[in-house]
Ligand binder design. Structure first.
Ligand code: 5GP
Ligand code: MN
Length: 320
């Protein structure tokens, strides 16, 4: 596929979905595609499915149109179903069953661990974000302010505000093109990326204070147990950004952050500064992601989870 119109031939209905626990790139790419279709193909019926996004993304247009479940639409057979930023079929989230019964399926993504689960797959592992991959499939002169705002959001988030090594000259050129639409990029970045609630800052501080250094200071581990999450009244969404802060510790090669989303069931986030390929570690434990940012779910005691993870990381650190 070179351009999006190639997949729209004879299509009247389109379903769009991102991944579980949608992040900025997932929301930005799904909404960017939705808004692009809405403006340029008004005759198409397009629906977006995303788990409840964080309220900080409410500046993106038409967020109220998003379906958070498929109740009452279980039998909807879309002519085309497109996933964005979804690395494997199990991660489609709420709309998984609709993907399965759709007439044509397309997967647009940038995860190296994605083997391609659509009938058509457009996966560019070297590109910063699903939003940047999407931009390259759109006709630049058909993009307007609303779609541009969403796509810029996605690119800014998945590059850590144009900082990660996946940020290329093309990423900056595209971000520059998008800025021309005149949205308030400073406000978008402050509000959707950096800003934290008081309690989010409190838990960040607590995790950092209790973190442990392993493997001669090359690996840092932060954790949050269920009972502490309940004490502060936080969910996984409130813990975004913690692992990125851990990664910035001097001398660290790999940062691990785990939180207990159900008793003895942990969500794992991994970040690397370059030597260790954390997507391999995540894939080993049934997850996925990118070389420098990956994740998985793991069962057991906190002790076992951390031990198993660090053992896999150590193999790479020792060059085994
Ligand atoms: P995060 O640590 O921010 O949740 O995720 C980092 C990256 O790893 C994201 O690109 C995300 O899609 C991927 N990732 C996180 N958790 C999982 C998982 O359980 N399975 C898969 N396949 N990918 C994951
Ligand atoms: Mn992404």
């Amino acid at each position: 596929m070179e351009r999006i119109h190639e997949i729209l031939e004879n299509v009247k209905t389109v379903g769009i979905a991102g991944h579980l626990r949608p992040d900025g790139d997932c929301i930005g790419s799904c909404m960017g595609f939705y808004l692009y279709l809405k403006h340029n193909y008004p005759e198409l019926e397009a629906d977006v499915y995303l788990e409840e996004p964080k309220p900080v993304f409410s500046y993106i247009a038409h967020m109220d149109d998003v379906f958070h479940d498929i109740q009452g639409r279980e039998d909807m057979v879309y002519d085309l179903f497109v996933t964005l930023d979804v690395s494997s079929k199990e991660r489609i989230g709420v709309a998984g069953p609709l993907f399965d019964i759709a007439k044509k399926t397309v997967c647009i993504d940038h995860h190296v661990s994605n083997h391609g689960f659509g009938q058509i797959n457009h996966i560019r592992g070297e590109i910063s974000s699903a939003s940047e991959v999407l931009y390259n499939l759109l006709e630049p002169d058909k993009i307007e302010l609303e779609a541009a705002t969403a796509i810029y959001t996605g690119i800014a988030h998945d590059t850590g505000v144009f900082q990660y090594s996946t940020t290329s000259p093309d990423t900056m050129r595209i971000a520059g093109e998008l800025m021309k639409y005149g949205f308030n990029f400073s406000k978008i970045i402050d509000h959707s990326f950096y800003e934290k609630t008081y309690v989010q800052n409190q838990v960040m501080g607590r995790v950092l204070a209790e973190s442990i250094m392993l493997q001669d200071g090359k690996c840092i581990v932060g954790y949050m147990k269920r009972k502490d999450m309940d004490f502060y009244g936080v969910t996984g969404k409130d813990l975004d950004g913690v692992v990125s802060q851990l990664r910035l510790t001097q001398g660290v090669e790999v940062a691990i952050f785990v939180y207990e989303f159900e008793p003895q069931f942990f969500k794992v986030s991994l970040r690397s500064n370059g030597i260790v390929d954390v997507s391999k570690v995540a894939v080993f434990f049934g997850g996925g992601g990118h070389m420098r940012a990956a994740g998985c779910d793991m069962r057991g005691s906190m002790y076992d989870v951390i031990n198993n993870l660090t053992a896999e990381i150590e193999k790479q650190l020792l060059g085994e």
